[in-house]
Design a protein around this ligand. Sequence first.
Ligand code: FES
Length: 110
Amino acid sequence: MTDFVKVTTLDTLREGKGRAFTVEGRELALFLIAGVVYAIENLCPHQHIPVLAEGELCDTLLTCPMHGWRFDLATGRAVDASGRVTAYDVRIEGKDVLIALPDQETQQWW
Ligand code: FES
């Protein structure tokens, strides 16, 4: 089952920048790009460290600040290799930013 959980409010996000949050024990990275909020897990699958919120953006293409792995924020897919990060559905309610977090038991691992 998937529940939408409030993570933050829109006014805490900056256009073209990422920000890290921890929600229910999960490391999340949120990005505001052209008025759209994207949410992925913050852990880079290369070395499993929470750095993706600090990555560089070119539209929805995110580059990890550590070793340059690149991900499509819309899908979570790695661009240069196989693999992915989890991309979460985002819902905006008023000024609240909510993320669809599946139960830990039903989360898919790629
Ligand atoms: S930790 Fe992200 S590319 Fe190495």
